[in-house]
Design a binder for this molecule. Structure first.
Ligand code: HEM
Length: 514
């Protein structure tokens, strides 16, 4: 019977090791971090085992989302209620417990600049639950990230964007035709423009990313949207350790959709690889494959260069997600704000008509749109599609006079800082594109207080792409329609990964007579 007691002993020892690890993970380490942060003058709630502030945070978020708000109300308390409360109670130097991890909120522009520039000390935090959506470049670190960034960069250079302009135009003209059909002989017509603009952005990225494989690309989009919805359903539980390994029906469904996306993308890429060299296509995928082939060709002796098929699939998934979710949001808030401020709508239309008349907008003309650019910057300030960035601390790191211990996270609250009166003055909450009349540098006084596209080496690779697409979208819409908010519109900015209008965007459109 000695072997029985041997087994019991092994199980007991393993049990004790596991119990010790859990005690350390869920209690000792968080309490140590709490002490270290407090000693440096940072404040937050006392740590509560396992959940930290998450339960209260989700409760507040649910409550905030339960009803729409007045158009003139401050959006920060609705979008980030817990952050707002935390700063009110604990001040700007504070932290929030995400489960057993404290997340320090950074609000000084100099700190933001440092964090965004020192990418090895402040690596991006990769939430495993988002991995199936935010893959590729956005999820990589170190050498692998710099290799991917170098290979992908050519696809986003200005001269490539110029070549892509007709694809943007085609997608915009399709939208105009659909709205014209809806108007038909009526003088005005109410439309929920949110699905139309999501469709415009997915159409534009399908065309520019996959050119000839555009129809297959659109199906992948649909799947990604379904995946995003499932992820948002599951996110509340993602703070439970090892939750993502529990085989729930939602998890199984997520895996199935992800497999489906991967195999559809592999099909597109394989077809394209075979056709490479036969004809010149200028979509993102071909440019990426070409730059990859070139790198491999130049380094035949080194097997570690270039991207694998799986790498390319991941990058394509990211183009889809990053290219659609964000630009559609920029367009929808621009339309909502121009509906609220008809004088700015009029000024923007005058500029567009002066530059293009009734002709199709082109690349050079879009670059000359000054008022429209000021408006887009102001929209990105007040309604940034990405409301905040998270970075993790893996080794103790000094940030100004703070020592941030390994195991904490830092949060760069984009939305909060874009609305901060201390940084933007008393009219911080107001829509005033005029503040960007002399560019971003002048508007921010050279401080890091406006960063809708992030910053430093990992700044959004698609920012020019997004701005070009948004300008094309707004310019073509302004050429054809005037618009105002419908009485049925309920103002409800809310985060569904990006900052979206929760109940859609009901707008009344009219044909512009030119
Ligand atoms: C209004 C539109 C957009 C906004 C506001 C936006 C915002 C951002 C932000 C804030 C980041 C930095 C994230 C971080 O540092 O953690 C980022 C990164 C990125 N974005 Fe965008 N984005 C937009 C459009 C696009 C488009 C159209 C594409 C591609 C087609 C794109 C592709 C990417 C990629 C690949 C990264 C990762 C870059 C890296 O890690 O090196 N984005 N974006």
């Amino acid at each position: 019977m000695e072997w029985v007691s041997g087994i019991i002993f092994i199980f007991l020892t393993l049990g004790l090791i596991y119990a010790w690890r859990m005690l350390n993970l869920l209690w000792l380490r968080p309490k140590k971090l709490e002490k270290l942060l407090r000693e440096q003058g940072l404040h937050g709630n006392t740590y509560r085992i396992l959940v930290g502030d998450v339960k209260d945070l989700f409760k507040m978020q649910k409550e905030a989302k339960s009803k729409p708000m007045n158009l003139s109300d401050d959006i920060v308390p609705r979008v980030s209620p817990y952050l707002q409360k935390s700063i009110k109670i604990h001040g700007k130097n504070s932290y929030i417990w995400f489960g057993a991890k404290p997340r320090v909120t950074l609000t000084k522009p100099e700190q933001i600049k440092d964090v965004l520039n020192k990418i090895s000390e402040f690596p991006r935090r990769n939430n495993k639950i988002f991995k199936s959506l935010v893959s590729g470049l956005a999820s990589l670190e170190g050498e692998k990230w710099s290799k991917h960034r170098r290979l992908i960069n050519p696809a986003f250079q200005i001269e490539k964007l110029k070549i892509m302009t007709p694809s943007f135009l085609k997608s915009c003209n399709d939208l105009i035709s659909k709205w014209e059909e809806l108007l038909s002989s009526n003088e005005s017509c109410e439309i929920d423009i949110w699905p139309s603009l999501q469709n415009l952005a997915s159409d534009a990225i399908s065309r520019t990313a996959f050119g000839s494989s555009y129809e297959e690309g659109k199906r992948i989009f649909q799947l990604q949207r379904e995946l995003a919805e499932l992820i948002m359903k599951d996110i509340v539980k993602s703070f439970i350790p090892l939750w993502r390994f529990v085989p729930t029906s939602v998890h199984r469904n997520m895996e199935k959709i992800d497999r489906d996306i991967q195999s559809s993308l592999k099909d597109i890429i394989n077809k394209r690889e075979k056709a490479l060299g036969e004809s010149t296509t200028n979509d993102l995928l071909s440019i990426l494959l070409e730059s990859n082939d070139k790198e491999i060709g130049e380094n035949t002796h080194n097997k570690n260069v270039g991207l694998t098929l799986d790498d390319v699939v991941d990058e394509c998934k990211l183009f889809y997600f990053a290219g659609q979710e964000t630009t559609s949001v920029l367009l929808v808030w621009t339309m909502i704000l121009l509906s609220r401020y008809p004088n700015w709508q009029q000024r923007a239309r005058e500029e567009v008509l002066q530059i293009f008349g009734n002709k199709n907008p082109d690349f050079d003309g879009l670059n000359n749109l000054k008022i429209v650019t000021m408006i887009l910057f102001e929209v990105l300030r007040l309604y940034p599609p990405v409301v905040g960035l998270v970075r993790q601390i893996e080794k103790d790191v000094k940030l100004e006079n703070l020592i941030l211990p390994a195991g904490v996270e830092v949060f760069l609250p984009i939305l909060f800082l874009h609305h901060d009166c201390e940084l933007w003055g008393d009219d911080a909450k107001e829509f005033n594109p005029e503040r960007f009349s002399e560019g971003v540098l002048k508007a921010t006084n050279g401080r890091y207080s406006f960063f809708p596209f992030g910053g430093g080496p990992r700044i959004c690779i698609g920012q020019n792409f997004a701005m070009m697409e948004a300008k094309m979208g707004i310019a073509t819409i302004l050429q054809h329609f005037s618009f105002e908010l419908s009485p049925t519109y309920a103002h409800a900015p809310s985060t569904m990964i990006t900052l979206q209008p929760q109940y859609g965007a009901q707008i009344v459109i009219r044909k512009v007579e030119t």
